[in-house]
Design a protein around this ligand. Structure first.
Ligand code: PLP
Length: 424
């Protein structure tokens, strides 16, 4: 499948007059179509809800847009909970799935009425104390089966090495303990593989969790109300990949639901998801301009964005497809490293990438950056984070987060003599 940008060079030239590069550009149309497809794929389940993983794209405009399709939020920190509250998402529309949780965050989650998903058995006591001695009526626990997560196409991930979740024995003990403490309704959560590009992941995970749910119910008598398949549904970052089909995934989960839960008398259990990447990655791009070329032992194209704006290539060696806008149909007959300006040799958006000849001033569209893109940014080398723009369905552009300024960078020194000497 070829990856096509959702803007033309002409549009970007126009946008750049108001908002200089680099910037993130999100595609409202794509976000909406996908959110609708997710909703339809799980419409067979009455209680279905997608809790958008806020950490993927923590922008109020994006979170609100998804909320129109019934999406809640999956939060793992106080500020994510605050973001959620400020856009009007509270109560059971929030899933608080954190780990190594600071006690005060449990208290804040309870205050908002969020569903608290405990990562560890020791968090029962911690959460209870933080919540003034009383756990919420509904609680969830995160499961880790250990070992490796295997599917027909091989090992997908290694839960046994992951810091998350509880063992099965701990799950049983946790439910019993919480029932004694007055908790009435329960959920089960697990996140066992990341960025899976196969329609099999959710159905396989669901099968394991449904069996666990039946076992837990038998062992404890707990009233299990929902099963949370969390995130991990991926997108193909390379152009040769085949995208997941959420309708096939939804139907696959429905089949195991009917095979396992319904015969066990658990046909009213709600299915929850916490997708981040699948909801947003393809519908956000980092748009950057070529500002330098360098010819030494290799050919380099320097752009005005750097790993501060998108760090996945630098830290994971992740592939992000690049389109040189206006040269979509030219042959990719030049080999480049596309670099940012950090004093880190890993600051490369692409290595040995075949692209059309890049001229200074060309705009590069870095695909699939809509999730875990802007949000992972940092301020190394004093670099500032860029703006986020929403390309609306009518073709207009809305600024949904301005670019950082030096004032933001130095804000934490405000009130000091140092700050007074800055000309800002
Ligand atoms: C990161 C995360 C998600 C989202 O993961 P994606 O791979 O973006 O879908 C969901 N739930 C939890 C608990 C997470 O930590």
């Amino acid at each position: 499948m070829t990856k096509k940008p959702y803007v033309t060079k002409k549009q970007v030239e126009e946008i750049a007059k108001t908002y200089p590069t680099p910037f993130y550009l999100y595609d409202e149309k794509g976000i909406r179509e996908n959110a609708r497809a997710v909703k339809e794929a799980f419409a067979w389940n009455e209680g279905f809800k997608e809790y958008f993983a806020v950490k993927a794209t923590p922008n109020p405009a994006i979170v609100s847009l998804l909320h129109e399709y019934g999406c809640g939020t999956d939060c793992s920190s106080k500020t994510e909970l605050m973001l959620s509250r400020a856009v009007g998402i509270t109560g059971h529309d929030i899933m608080f799935s954190s780990n190594d949780t600071p006690p005060e965050e449990f208290a804040y989650a309870k205050e908002l009425g969020a569903i608290i998903n405990l990562d560890d058995i020791t968090h029962i006591a911690c959460c209870e104390e933080a919540c003034g001695g009383e756990l919420p009526e509904t609680m969830s626990c995160r499961y880790n089966p250990g070992g490796v997560f295997q599917m027909s196409n091989g090992i997908m991930d290694n839960p046994g090495d992951a810091k998350y979740g509880m063992t099965k024995a701990q799950m049983i003990e946790a439910y019993k303990t919480m029932m004694q403490k007055g908790v009435k309704y329960f959920g089960i959560h697990a996140f066992l593989a990341s960025n899976t590009v196969t329609n099999e992941y959710y159905p396989k995970l669901a099968g394991e969790l449904f069996e666990l749910a039946v076992e837990l119910k038998e062992a404890t008598g707990a009233d299990i109300r929902f099963i949370n398949l969390s995130g991990g549904v991926g997108v193909p970052y390379t152009p040769d990949g085949t995208p997941n089909d959420i309708r096939v995934i939804g139907a696959g989960v429905e089949k195991v639901y009917n095979d396992i839960l319904v015969p066990a008398g658990m046909g009213n259990v709600a299915i929850f998801t916490e997708m981040g990447r699948f909801m947003l990655a393809p519908y956000g791009a980092l748009v950057t301009k070529a500002i330098h070329e360098k010819h030494i032992y290799k050919e380099y194209i320097g752009v005005d964005a750097c790993a501060v704006n998108l760090m996945r290539p630098a830290i994971y060696g992740a592939y992000h497809h690049i389109t040189v806008l206006g040269k979509e149909n030219e042959p990719c007959d030049h080999k480049y490293d596309v670099t940012g300006s950090l004093c880190e040799n890993s600051d490369k958006f692409a290595i040995d990438r075949m692209l059309p000849k890049v001229d200074m001033g060309d705009y590069l569209f870095i695909h699939d950056a809509g999730a875990h893109g802007y949000s992972m940014g940092y301020n190394y080398n004093g670099k500032l984070k860029c703006a986020e723009l929403l390309l609306k369905e009518d073709g207009s552009v809305e600024l949904i987060r301005r670019a950082e300024t030096a004032k933001d960078y130095f804000a934490t020194f405000e009130g000091t003599d140092f700050y007074k000497k800055l000309d800002i």
